[in-house]
Design a protein around this ligand. Structure first.
Ligand code: CA
Length: 381
């Protein structure tokens, strides 16, 4: 365990320029981009009507040609614009979240968790390598980085929390197994029409950008409730995202080949189109880095997740958020959740603070930092 050497301004150069929503002194919310440790007020600087808004949704709805034009304009303006110090602004949720879907795309995470939740059977269920498993989460409780997380209460199994059945009834109370899930979130800008599919290759036509995401999880509540319909109250109390949305264009140098898929998935999942993002994650607990997951080791690609979400004709809307699922690498020290890292022996205490940091290769040859995702645990109410 080593202290993080992250410096806040590092990774927010002119090759990045992520979008966010800020306010100053209780004033109205405004759209800005981050340059180092400053915010640039974009509505004022560009005069664009889609930026005279309190969320990124009107901009995101316009689609990729507008996003490209705006980025060129911002790249021209950003070096010379006066900035507002980050210490003088309050950051807000950057977009109105429409639907929230959470996937389960890391083979290492699914295997680790399968062993713990179902110790007597195969760790991966038979469908896992045929489709990206996912569930619909609760959009209304997606909160911006920095929002405190109140320890949730629910029905917990009486035993260790790893079984769903037993002779004794569950007990109600504050979760004893509060955990994190370090994930990456994909933000849909341009909508699709109901009844049509979005191909995996259509990712950049619809996805505006990427956020860091922490899917806080109450493992005991989750273990008791998840059969047969999946996660519910063990997940829905809070999901934290970064206040900064990194546009896909800033990640042009971060695309990489994922490890590969065997057996070959169905044609609609475009076998071979397994391009992922080379994004490294740092999980920091109370100021110490405890884990370093790698998004480049996931099994299903973001394009495949989007293709899967829409293969039945379900549309995507502006503001939809779909998440990767917990990012866990193959090695010890790369786990994206504490239940994997500490084998179920240690979880979050009241007062603990978690910071997720993300970095990726940038188009200028250096590295950029995605917005961090922080949250401190408050006692159950
Ligand atoms: Ca998750």
């Amino acid at each position: 365990m080593t202290p993080s050497t992250h410096e806040h301004a590092h990774g927010f150069g002119l090759d990045h320029l992520p979008y966010g929503v800020f306010s100053v002194d209780g004033g109205p919310r405004r759209i800005g981009v981050r340059r180092g440790d400053e915010v640039l007020d974009l509505a004022t600087a560009t005069g664009r009507p889609e930026l005279a808004a309190t969320s990124l949704n009107p901009l995101m709805e316009r689609g990729p040609s507008t996003w490209r034009q705006l980025r060129e304009q911002v790249l021209d303006l950003a070096p010379d614009l006066p900035g507002i110090p980050l210490s003088n602004v309050v950051m807000h949720l950057p977009f109105e979240v429409a639907d929230y879907v959470d996937f389960y795309a890391s083979e290492h995470h699914a295997t680790n968790l399968g062993r713990m939740f179902r110790p007597d059977s195969e760790p991966l269920l038979p469908n896992w390598k045929h489709l990206p498993v996912g569930y619909h989460g609760r959009a209304g409780t997606v909160v911006p980085s920095g929002t405190p997380v109140v320890r949730p209460s629910g029905l917990r199994p009486v035993s260790t929390g790893s079984t769903t059945e037993g002779p004794q009834p569950p007990s109600f109370g504050p979760t004893r197994r509060l955990d994190i899930e370090a994930e990456l979130g994909f933000v849909v800008g341009a909508p699709s029409a109901i009844g049509t599919r979005v191909p995996a290759a259509g990712l950049a036509d619809h996805v505006f950008g990427v956020v860091g995401l922490n899917d806080w999880s109450a493992r005991d509540v989750q273990a008791y409730e998840y059969v047969p319909l999946g996660p519910f109250l063990g997940k829905s109390f809070a999901t934290s995202i970064s206040c900064w949305v990194t546009p896909l264009a800033a990640l042009d140098a971060a695309w990489c080949d994922l490890p590969g898929q065997d057996p070959e998935p169905a044609a609609y999942l475009e076998p071979g189109r397994t391009r992922g993002l080379d994004i490294d994650v740092e999980v920091e607990l109370n100021g110490e880095v405890v884990s370093r997951p790698t998004y480049s080791s996931t099994y299903w690609s973001p394009g495949q997740m989007l293709a899967h979400m829409t293969v039945n004709g379900a549309s995507v809307r502006t503001g939809d958020l779909f998440a990767s699922g917990t990012i866990s690498g193959p090695e010890h020290g790369q786990e994206g959740s504490f239940i994997e890292l500490w084998k179920g022996e240690r979880f979050l205490e009241d007062g603990d603070e978690v910071v997720l940091r993300y970095s990726a290769p940038s188009t200028s040859g250096g590295r950029l930092s995605l917005g961090e995702v922080t949250g401190r645990i408050e006692a159950a109410r």
